[in-house]
Design a protein around this ligand. Sequence first.
Ligand code: G6P
Length: 614
Amino acid sequence: MCGIVAYLGDKQAYPILVNGLHRLEYRGYDSAGVALVTAGELKVYKCQGKVAELEAHVNGQDRSGTVGIGHTRWATHGQPNDVNAHPHVSTSGDLALIHNGIIENYAAIKEELLHRGHRFRSETDTEVLVHLIDDIRSSENMDLPNAVRLALESVVGAYAIVVLDRTNPDMLVAARKSSPLVVGVGENGEHFLASDATPIVEHTRNVVYLEDGEMAVIERGKGLRVLNMRNQEKTPFVQELEMHLEALEKGGYDHFMLKEIFEQPRSIRDSMRGRLNLAQSEVVLGGIKDHEQRFVNAKRIIIVGCGTSWHAGLVGEYLFEDLARIPVEVEYASEFRYRDPIIHEEDIVLAISQSGETADTLAAIEMAKSKGATIIGICNVVGSSIARVTHAGSYTHAGPEIGVASTKAFTAQVTVLTLMALMIGQRRGTLAASRFHQLINELDSIPAKVEKVLANDAHIRYIADIYRNATNALYLGRGYTFPVALEGALKLKEISYIHAEGYPAAEMKHGPIALIDEEMPVFVIATKGASYEKVVSNIQEVKARKGKIIAIVTEGDTVVKGIADHVIEIPGAPDCLVPLLSVVPLQLISYHIAVMRGCNVDQPRNLAKSVTVE
Ligand code: G6P
């Protein structure tokens, strides 16, 4: 969602803030702003649009000062415009505040504050916070940390906030609840605050992740204090960041998304590193070792996630049922959390999330936890909220994913799910030793096979060019590749704004077939495997209605080649590993079509990378 960055130290704050906002822009990009204290004056610059527009707006104006806050927004309450952009300023003009999250009871607080003479400028929920803090501070004659703490007591909702005070440029106060906040501890007493570590890593590797219900008070000369909402201080736990700066750069690619698609041979390999032991014929997942037995004895696995992570969960359903013979339910976290679902203590809840911050997934975890289930996380971002609230888990190790449309995170999630299902299947005795051995060797060869798929990029681009002007598209798959069809359709609609639907191939005749005409591209995953002949029949059904078929086929296939308009070959693999290969050409098709249509591939309209509001 929104991106937050703040600085207090001996350097000029503005360049650090703007650079940080560029790093955070993937979290939200409809407006941006900064606030600085310069010679006793509060300077606030903000505008609709991207960070580059903010820079143009600030150009030529006074931007000096060694303390400041910055924000890049994804609108919830109030349109993206100059006024609604953060930071928001109190009526007295003393406080500026940035916020990520939603204040649910803002209307009631606003009414009270209006009676007390505060003037509201924006339509945001955020603005109530800055007035409330200022009101408490002046009426109770309180210092800023206490005023923030007291104000937050009356707030219902989710927040990460940072407050800057014109009257005390030697202090920043921050707080979090259900929305992430990281403190960077730099040199010479300087400190950074940010909604994730990406703006911090180039300045320091030492970070403190704030827990829910914690506040950070940073004071020049005194350093960092971490307090809870009862005003009790705790010793900050300083950790070393594992992130590398190159991972945050495009590295010669035109877009992060393309870089991340091409990184997949490495990221899949990294997901398996140290976990796949071919010599001993075993899979070891250190992060879930202590809960392995519960997993092995599980009566049911419930997988929760959102977006692409939910699609990975669907692949997980096939994997666990096929290899470990455990019944699986896959749930949208947003539905699951409000459904009062039946959860038993013998259930394993697998929560999948790239960011580890998705609000609905977090809430689903908390709910399942309260009912006694064992919660296992599959997250990409190390130290993220989901990684911390789960009982155990496995990181995907895909490295930072910056493109809003998820690519390498998906294949890393599927890789980890495959490892888990193989491990549990072996322990449960549902997988014959010979099949287990064959599958782990096949899994080991997947990175090299993904390389081969990527080598076909020019051909994929050629096909993309033919369908760049489509208005609709259909994606079909069956069995293990049905979730891949959903993911292919999601990729296309996310970044090219072409309406696309994913369907189980056989289900097409119960509705979507009515849409098929000579204009309709139908992407079909028709690889050799259990459903091959049936999918070939589905292709015939499309062709009989003059639809255009673009088929993902196994190398050397001649049957589909004879019927389809275009084929994209991928190397052969067992059914359960085909998702890892077949999704790659679909990612590339979407990427190329979006670029050809002039779309902003890395920052598609209306979307955000990390959805920290429900
Ligand atoms: C957003 C992103 C998607 C992502 C989904 C779930 O909608 O745009 O790419 O799949 O959130 O995010 P998570 O971080 O939980 O995987």
